[in-house]
Write a protein that binds this ligand. Structure first.
Ligand SMILES: Nc1ncnc2c1ncn2[C@@H]1O[C@H](COP(=O)(O)OP(=O)(O)OP(=O)(O)O)[C@@H](O)[C@H]1O
Length: 796
């Protein structure tokens, strides 16, 4: 712990922290570049990779703000330059306008009724910690950045009488240009996410919630401050600059720091001038409590400035009358009187736990601590569903804590976007990156969060190294295995709600895994859940299905449809239900492809009951032969009528109440797949015709319609009514089997025609039917006039 002698305490108080009056600014040109891109002789592509990750802000601002070429520098929207100093400093003060989004954000923050304002400290400490991380990382290859001999730490001092808080870090700091780029614009940070969520959210009342959910980074300082000063010294520049902004202002100022008392060796000092109602935040005990509460797991020491006391004995001045009395008392002992007093002084106090939690012995870490670490590190509000803390030794050494979140991230495209910043990679405790593209986890597992600390990777690890390294490959395998162990743990837990939550949030991810990760099929399959013909309300696992299989049942049956209702009413189910065989209902668009990729589970094949050659294990060759003899000719006759629409007509073994069904060829698309493919095809769909495969028309020989047609085939195969019945039968089978009819209007026409035939003579005589009930009164305007129906024996 960094402690100061009591004498130095007052010096520290005067200088605001780290004995920094030794450092003086020397005149030197200002770096004209982005923070970490192209400075300090940087040539190493590896570093540039990290630089791009961390300094995206510079690149994005160029297009959105005006470029003023002055000394070759990008100056943002500077619109006024004035030499009037707002401070003791006599350096010129330059005024800049905020980017439009920042103004909007500031407006929101300043006028927000957000009650949990204390998050400001968490956000600012997190920025300080990031700045220290960046310095430590860049310092590996550019030791000159760390030439100032100061510890990597964060110090928070508060002045409760004046309502001022200062937060000082010894991190990477900001050059003048970086102050403009970083604090006057918004980049791809949590703040940008906040703004996006705000845009997406229709409910204006949720603004306040969103501040809490995303954090608004640096600007959260304005939740509690009227005025904020950011004094920063980058190791890439010889000068220190001060950024100053006020709540409710559309501009900020930048000037050089020239007051020697205020110079810092490296890093950034934020001074918050608190609003009248928020001055309570400057109470040292409150600051300490907030740090303990929100920033316990920041991996750099955080010191807060605290009043301390120690007890000592002091002599008491004696009362003269008493003294005289004592003198007279010869037997009295010659002993001075003392009392105990408390001596007060101020000193820095280490306020957080600095040993990273993942380096601790798992036996000594409580679930609450793991959950707290998760919430603080990943800015989460809900506890994780599971966590796993482990160390691997041997070939590759690393420590890790992984978490399964309770909810998916905001944003619809996350399932296909592996870039989630969910895994924080450290090498020997140095933070390296959280920007991965599937290197540590396959994209379908990109929702897993956690930290990984490797002892084997080099500190200057680049993306190329990550992608090609054998070490990373082994790490990935182990991480994936641990992630599956966690998920299996949730699935086997007695608390069924947890797995339901998990499945709702990440079920789709696992199904994507069936398609993308053949190697882990055995791990994914037990985690899958489906509705079934015997469980329409609660999803079942494949294990439950297998346990419920009939002794003679060889396969796992499934049907894909667009809903449970469609699935349970499909004609394909008829015989299976009769035989009490369970059928899985695949109602999510991705289900069918996922199951087809799995192929089997516990040596039982998945069988689509809407495809040809369905074997229900009850083949009766004798009966089949008989049926063929009786209906063979009818099958040929129907095939002749339907032509190329079907590949063949066969006698069905899967129907009991429907007359017929249209099944897909074994290797072709099911009706469900055909529907999905059509929905996804843009433009001409004719190519789909080639890909959909063959269709087989199956007839139910027990059904009266088929029996009737069989008779027609024998007696009058050319009868128009019989042929039209075949057409209608085909079209109806198309619809009931889940396909889309090629010409729905024509099908409607056929049905009306049949209805007409069925109803003719039932209520009206043929002549009455000929008379229209409505007649145009005036053919030009087509206005209709109701004509009283003729009542000639029939009913209206
Ligand atoms: N203490 C600091 N030292 C160095 N740079 C800082 C410091 N505080 C902020 N910055 C710079 O200002 C930028 C803006 O900070 P801000 O907090 O608004 O966003 P962020 O940290 O990038 O993301 P988030 O919104 O998630 O906090 C940071 O990216 C960083 O470059």
């Amino acid at each position: 712990m960094h402690t100061l002698s009591r004498r130095s305490v007052s010096a520290v108080l005067r200088n605001g922290g780290a004995g920094r009056s030794r450092y003086r600014a020397a005149a030197a040109p200002i770096s004209s570049s982005c923070p970490f891109n192209d400075s300090v002789g940087e040539s190493d592509a590896k570093i540039r990779w990290y630089s791009v990750l961390t300094a995206g802000r510079c690149n994005t601002t160029r297009s959105t703000t005006q470029i003023n070429l002055r000394n070759g520098m990008f100056l943002g929207n500077r619109y006024e330059s004035t030499a009037t100093a707002s401070d003791a400093s006599d350096s010129p003060v330059e005024k800049y306008e905020y980017q439009a989004e920042v103004t909007r954000l500031m407006d929101l923050i300043v006028n927000s009724l957000y009650s949990n304002k204390e998050v400001f400290l968490r956000e600012l400490i997190s920025n300080a910690s990031d700045a220290l991380d960046k310095l430590r990382f860049l310092g590996v290859t550019q030791p000159e950045l760390m030439k100032e001999a100061c510890d990597l730490d964060i110090r928070i001092q508060s002045d409760k009488d004046n309502g001022i808080i200062t937060i000082t870090d010894t991190g990477i700091g900001m050059t003048r240009q970086e102050l403009v780029d970083c604090l006057g614009t918004i980049a791809q940070s949590g703040t940008a996410k906040f703004l996006k969520a705000l845009k997406d959210s229709k409910d204006a009342g949720s603004d306040n919630n969103l501040i809490g959910q995303f954090g608004v980074g640096f600007y959260s300082a304005f939740l509690v401050s009227d005025r904020v000063a950011v004094s920063s010294k980058s190791p890439k520049s010889d000068k220190q600059y001060v950024w100053e902004g006020e709540a409710n202002a559309s501009s900020y100022t930048i000037r050089e720091e020239t007051d020697p008392e205020k110079l810092i060796p490296r890093g950034t000092r934020l001074t918050l001038y608190l609003k009248r109602d928020d001055k309570g935040f400057a109470h040292p005990e409150r600051v300490q409590k907030l740090v303990k509460n929100y920033s316990q797991f920041v991996s750099f020491p955080i010191y807060t400035w605290q009043e301390k006391g120690f007890t000592k004995e002091v002599e008491i001045d004696e009362d003269p009358a008493e003294a005289k009395k004592d003198e007279q008392d010869e037997k009295a002992e010659k002993k001075k009187k003392t009392k105990t007093v408390v001596e007060k002084y101020w000193d820095w106090e280490l306020t957080n736990e600095t040993q990273p939690i993942w380096l601790r012995n798992p036996k000594e870490v409580t679930t609450e601590e793991y959950n707290e670490f998760y919430k603080k590190t990943f800015n989460e509000y809900l506890e994780p569903l599971a966590s796993s803390h482990f160390t691997t030794e041997g070939e590759v050494e690393f420590r890790s804590i992984l978490y399964v979140p309770a909810v998916p991230p905001m944003g619809k495209d996350d399932i296909v976007n592996p870039k989630t910043k969910n895994i924080r990679l450290y090498v020997k405790r140095v933070f390296i990156s959280d920007d991965f593209d599937g290197e540590l986890f396959p994209r379908y597992l990109s929702f897993i969060k956690g930290v990984v600390d490797s002892n084997d990777l080099p500190l200057n690890v680049s993306r190329e190294i990550l992608q090609e390294s054998r070490i990373v490959l082994i790490m990935r395998k182990r991480l994936v295995r641990k992630a599956f162990d966690m998920m299996l743990g949730i699935s086997m837990s007695e608390n069924k709600d947890d797995y339901e939550k998990f499945w709702e949030s990440f079920g789709k991810h696992l199904k994507l895994g069936c398609i993308e990760d053949r190697e882990n099929h055995k791990r994914i399959a037990p985690l899958l859940r489906f509705f079934s013909s015997q469980s329409e309300e609660d999803m079942i696992s494949l294990d439950e299905y297998v346990e419920n299989m009939k002794t003679e049942q060889k396969d796992i049956y499934y049907i894909a449809a667009d809903s449970v209702t469609s699935a349970k009413n499909t004609p394909f189910l008829e015989r299976l239900l009769e035989k009490d065989l369970e059928v899985l209902f695949l109602v999510d668009p991705i289900d069918e492809v996922a199951i087809q990729n799995l192929k089997s589970y516990k040596e039982k094949n998945f069988v689509d009951i809407s495809k040809e050659d369905l074997d229900l294990g009850d083949k009766n060759e004798e009966k089949e032969k008989e049926m063929k003899q009786e209906f063979g000719q009818t099958c040929d006759w129907i095939k002749k009528r339907l032509g190329d629409k079907v590949a063949s007509v066969q006698i069905s073994n899967r129907l009991s109440t429907s007359p017929c069904v249209l099944v897909s060829g074994r290797f072709g698309w099911s009706a469900n797949m055909e529907r999905l493919m059509k929905a996804q095809t843009v433009g001409d769909t004719s190519s789909l015709e080639y890909m959909r495969g063959r269709r087989v028309f199956e007839i139910n020989p027990e059904h009266p319609i088929i029996k009737n047609l069989n008779a027609a085939c024998q007696s009058s195969p050319d009868d128009d009514d019989a042929l039209r019945a075949i057409d209608l039968l085909y079209d109806t089978a198309l619809v009931s089997s889940g396909f889309t009819p090629e010409n729905p209007a024509q099908l409607g026409g056929k049905i009306y025609e049949m209805m007409g035939m069925a109803l003719s003579g039932k209520w009206l005589t043929p002549t009455e039917v000929q008379q229209p009930v409505f007649q145009p009164h005036n053919p030009e305007t087509l206005e209709a006039e109701v004509v009283e129906p003729v009542s000639a024996g029939g009913q209206k």
